[in-house]
Design a protein around this ligand. Sequence first.
Ligand SMILES: [Zn+2]
Length: 501
Amino acid sequence: MRCDSRRSLFFAASVILASMLVAAGAHANQEPPAPLVRVVDLDIGEAQTIALSNGDAVTVKLLDLDEVRDTIRNAVRRATVKVEVAGRTVSLVSSTYHLPVTVGNVQIDCPVTQGYTANSSKDNAWGLTKAARIRLWPAGSPWVRPGTFIYPVKQCWFATDTQMANVPVFVDGGELPSNKNIYYHYGLDFGGAEKLVEVVAATDGQVISAGTDVLPGYDDSPVRPRYDVIYVKDARGWFYRYSHLYEIDRSVKPGVQVQMGQRLGLLGKEGGSGGWSHLHFGIKARQPSGLWGTVNGYAFAWEAYQRQYKPDIIAVARPHCISWAGEPVELDATRSWSRCGTIAKYEWTFGDGSTVTGPRVKRTYAQSGQYNEILKITDAEGNVDYDFAVVQVLDKAHPDQTPPTIHAAYYPTFDITPGDEVTFKVRTFRSTQGHETWDFGDGSAEVTVRSDGNAEVHNPQGYAVTKHRYREPGDYIASVRRTNERGQQAVTHLHIRVETK
Ligand SMILES: [Zn+2]
């Protein structure tokens, strides 16, 4: 991620123009344009013919479904569907940071499969009653209509931890071996620095609820008001949930129309956040089952970010991994992306200082702990980006002795130049022992802070705060760690890009 918000100025002008065009369309009493995406739920062996947004008919058949579960929690970690579409056969991995792929004259993805609803703590958040859901677009089509959707946080891509669709929640220490009732995430969690990161409306729309105030008439809807939550309904009929807000903007009241990009509030850790500061952003709509269910917004967020910020390169080392000590883990960077089309080098640096290259690497951990492995990618044009793979390692002999987990974030994430003050926040989970130690990655002295260890989820001082200034332009990797009373360590990293003035 090249975190340069100046690139979004042109975008802002385009949004205004697009909004004017949409407004002009509305005056002519036109129906709002239907979503570009088409959705079909299929059982194995079932075929359906769907009209794409461009009018083309395409037949899609579900041939097979393979769900791989871990041996720790019996959670689905990878679901693969085999699909016949437009006469071709393709395998698709469901969500977990996968984007739609092009097959002949269509683009296709698989947001969810039935295994994710079988041992879910959130019931059937997707409204799926068949084996798998498939989505289709014409080849070359945007995934979400330009001018109708933007990135909902004013923050650099992957600035800190995320929990996107079908990933068991993990940042707050939620991956407990004793808990086989899995909170598979369905919306999109964007981690960020509490009370600092602005949350903006991803779309135009009407506010249905803001805090506990609700517009009447939405009993049959996905709206579930809470003090920290806003619901907005857009012209597609989709309901957007913005959760865990530290603060809701005063202008946001039930019945009010919000504009895409309008400030809704500040990112926080209120409500059922688990204590880590993030925006939970979820989209719900009527599904083919007739039930309300999740619309996976990851591809839309990806596409919106690409339009707004024009990154050259994005490293992807997600989702996190979980394993027993002594058993191999595969780290996978193959979802990384470069505008020029060729990633020339994948370099991993592990916590013990060793390095290895390759898009997919295997590694075994002898000790339990939360590891955070550094991925550096370099493309054919010399552009560089970093991401980090979270690996949670547990001791099979003592599965209840879980290591700590840790979340860090920084602000601002854009347009940092030498001498600028950057705020760093950190909180540890599952341990109140010890303290956090920061290394800002620029040769400066380590700094010790102490978070509350998530002792009280909503403690306003729960995160430990420190500030740092970088003296020179460059890419910096900051690290922060904490060790519990058993000597189990959690570590995490942040990538901070300091621009030339
Ligand atoms: Zn969430």
